[in-house]
Each structure stands twice: as structure tokens, then as C-alpha cells.
Ligand binder design. Structure first.
Ligand SMILES: Cc1ncc(COP(=O)(O)O)c(C=O)c1O
Length: 380
């Protein structure tokens, strides 16, 4: 059997006629940038976040982070604290503003930003913390805010990177609404994906929301009136907004399907020497990836090869932590032993709303088969 990591085409095929109708509606409208589809999508997304926020749709999750950082006034000479076990774009966004990334280690159980590491990383130049809700589980935003206040730095902006966790909740509040800004990605494989690039950034403060909308549209407040020199062109296309409007009502169902798959993986693999990500107290994740950690790199690599030979596609998210990327040499970091250890041991198993029961059963059988084979080798 061949099990793809995520057959995105299979998911989109479920909605083919609705997606085609949305595309045709946009084609017929004759209006392709910042029109009614984007406006309606921004409103629908704000409503889905369950609290009063303004949403600015933009052209990627990377730009959503850039816009949040620009709106917080961040630029050259400033520092932004984040984690190194994230996707490259989290850090690329910081660098794009001219600010310096400062990496702190992650918690060994949740694999997410360890709030207790923030105090030692703070300097007068610190302007923001980006909490990455990695793999669909939420970093402890309340703990981060408590640490910032205790250090006398409530001015430091908390930005949530929600690219992998749309629909997750912490203490009953939706991911993206706990910090000053929440940045979302609609990369095709994300919790809801466009048919191309897309992103959005939300803010609870109306002034912040208005600034985000200016920044994404050349820095214009009104047509032909620039209100900031830091504006960029980062608008979600009307056609992508129309497609995402079709998909948004399905987000909860897709997240439910993935929660059930995650439950099955965890239950079925619990007897094996594999570790799963622990969930922050009070968090209901919106799982984006199913990541397991092996005991060491040799086991992870051998398991991956075994699965590949059996037709099961796996990926490593992410093999090289950002502080070890030569391109980010300007970044500052303290020791990151947990981050480095995890990068050598993690493996992402096939996972998506369209993974079938029989595909998942085959993956589980192959993973268990690897360990029973390797333990019988040891016994010889
Ligand atoms: C954690 C994280 N942050 C940011 C991004 C950037 O999103 P995009 O690819 O839409 O620019 C991604 C997606 O790749 C991501 O996984």
C-alpha cells in the first residue's frame, strides 16, 4: 500500500463543485483585489475567532507575521524572541523587518516556547515575543505574559504564530486572540488551505487592526494617501478569499477528524518507545501534524527508511533548527539542548483530514512492525 503524507488534491476534490462555483463567482465579478470576497472572508474569520477582533487578509503566513511586526513598530536595532524549532518563515519574517531573532529553548514535554527562558533573553532592545503554536498545540500565552509583566516589560508585544493551529483553543479562547496579534497561514496544506498562498493577521485593538490594513496596501490610509513609509503590497486575492470562504465552514469538521486520527495514533503506538507532544493545560489543539519522537537519531532514521520501503511517506518538521541555519547567523541564542535533541529524533507520520482508517491502520502496523523486528534483532 502507498500512503501519502497528505493528499491535498483528495481533500479539495471533496469540495470541487463549491470551489469551482466560488472561482466562477469571482471571475464574473470583474473585481480581483480587495473587494467583497476579501471583506466577507475577513468578517467570517473574525466571527470564527469568537471575540471582537479585526482581521486583515494578506498574501501569506510569512507576511502576516511581517505585518504584525511592522504594526508593532519593529525594525532595525530591535530584538524578537522566539523558538528555533519552528518553520523557517517565522524567522525570515523577523529578519525581513531588520530586527534580530533571539532564540530560547522549548519545553521538553510540550516542545513549545518555554516561558521560563524569556527573562534571561530580554534586553532593552526586545520588542516582541513570537509564540509558535507548533504542530497544532498552543504555547502557554498566559505564562509568557506573566513572565513579561514580572520582568517589568508588559510593553513587549506578544505575537502568536497560528500558521499550524487555526481553530485551537487555550482556556476557551481561540488561537490568535490571546496575544496582541495572531498570524495565520493558508498555505495549501494548513488547517484551511488556499489553492495557492494566503494569510491573515488579526488584532484585538481597532487601531492596530486599521494599521494592519494600511500596511498591507502600500501603507495607504485612503487611495493615493500614504500614512506610513513601511507599507508593502500583501493582499489576499479575491479568488483565494472566495475559495477560503467555501472552506472556512469545514474547518471544525476537519479539525475533529484529525483529533480522532491523533487519538488513534496515540492509543495504538503507546506501547512503543515513541514520545508524543504533551499538551499545555487547558489547551484543545487543532492538530496540523502528527509528530513522534524516537529515542535517538539512528532509530528515527531507520524507522523512516523502513516506512519509506513500505510505501509510507514521512517528513521531518524540521531537520535543522533555525539557530543552526547559516542564513540566520546574525541571530542570538543561548544553549538550546532540547531543541537540538528533538530535531534529531522527530518524525511526522501521514496525517490529514482525508487519511483513511485503512491507511492509518497500515501506518500503525508498519511502525509497530519496525520495532518488533528491531527488538527481535537485538534478542538474537
Ligand atoms: C509555523 C509557521 N509559521 C509561518 C509559516 C508561513 O506561512 P506561509 O507559508 O503561508 O508564508 C508557516 C508555513 O509554512 C509555518 O508553518
Amino acid at each position: 500500500m502507498q500512503v501519502p503524507f497528505f493528499d491535498i488534491g483528495r481533500l479539495n476534490a471533496e469540495l470541487e463543485s463549491e470551489l469551482l462555483a466560488a472561482a466562477a463567482r469571482t471571475l464574473g465579478s470583474g473585481w480581483y483585489i480587495l473587494g467583497t470576497e476579501v471583506q466577507t472572508f475577513e468578517q467570517a474569520m473574525a466571527e470564527s475567532l469568537g471575540t471582537s477582533v479585526m482581521v486583515a487578509a494578506c498574501n501569506s503566513g510569512t507576511d502576516a507575521l511581517v505585518l504584525a511586526l511592522l504594526a508593532a513598530g519593529i525594525g532595525p536595532g530591535h530584538e524578537v524572541i522566539t523558538v528555533a524549532n519552528t518553520a523557517i518563515p517565522t524567522v525570515a519574517a523577523i529578519c525581513a523587518t531588520g530586527a534580530t531573532p533571539v532564540f530560547v529553548d522549548v519545553d521538553p514535554d510540550t516542545w513549545l516556547l518555554d516561558a521560563t527562558r524569556i527573562t534571561a533573553a530580554l534586553t532593552p532592545a526586545t520588542k516582541a515575543v513570537i509564540a509558535v503554536h507548533l504542530y497544532g498545540a498552543m504555547a502557554d500565552c498566559a505564562a509568557i505574559q506573566t513572565v513579561l509583566c514580572a520582568a517589568g516589560r508588559p510593553d513587549v508585544a506578544l505575537i502568536e504564530d497560528v500558521a499550524q493551529a487555526q481553530g485551537a483553543e487555550l482556556g476557551g479562547r481561540r488561537a490568535g486572540t490571546l496575544g496582541r496579534f495572531g498570524a495565520f497561514s493558508f498555505y495549501p496544506s494548513k488547517n484551511i488551505g488556499a489553492l495557492g498562498d494566503g494569510g491573515a493577521v488579526c488584532a484585538g485593538d481597532r487601531h492596530d487592526g486599521a494599521v494592519l490594513k494600511e500596511l498591507r496596501n502600500y501603507g495607504q490610509r485612503d487611495r493615493y494617501h500614504a500614512s506610513t513609509p513601511r507599507g508593502i503590497n500583501s493582499r489576499l486575492d479575491e479568488i483565494q478569499a472566495a475559495l477560503l470562504l467555501t472552506k472556512l465552514p469545514h474547518l471544525a469538521e476537519w479539525n475533529r477528524r484529525k483529533a480522532a486520527l491523533m487519538e488513534t495514533y496515540r492509543r495504538s503506538l503507546a506501547h512503543l518507545p515513541l514520545t508524543f507532544q504533551a499538551v499545555t493545560d487547558g489547551c484543545r489543539p487543532a492538530w496540523h501534524l502528527c509528530v513522534v519522537a524516537c529515542s535517538d537519531t539512528a532509530t528515527r532514521d531507520a524507522l523512516q527508511q523502513h516506512l519509506q520501503a513500505a510505501g509510507v511517506q514521512t517528513i521531518i518538521h524540521y531537520p535543522i533548527p533555525c539557530h543552526l541555519q547559516p542564513a540566520f547567523g546574525r541571530a542570538r541564542s543561548t544553549g538550546l539542548p532540547v531543541t537540538e535533541s528533538l530535531a534529531g529524533r522527530i518524525l511526522s507520520l501521514p496525517f490529514s483530514p482525508v487519511l483513511t482508517e485503512s491507511e492509518q491502520a497500515y501506518v500503525i502496523q508498519q511502525v509497530a512492525g519496525y520495532f518488533s523486528r528491531s527488538s527481535s534483532h537485538c534478542a538474537l
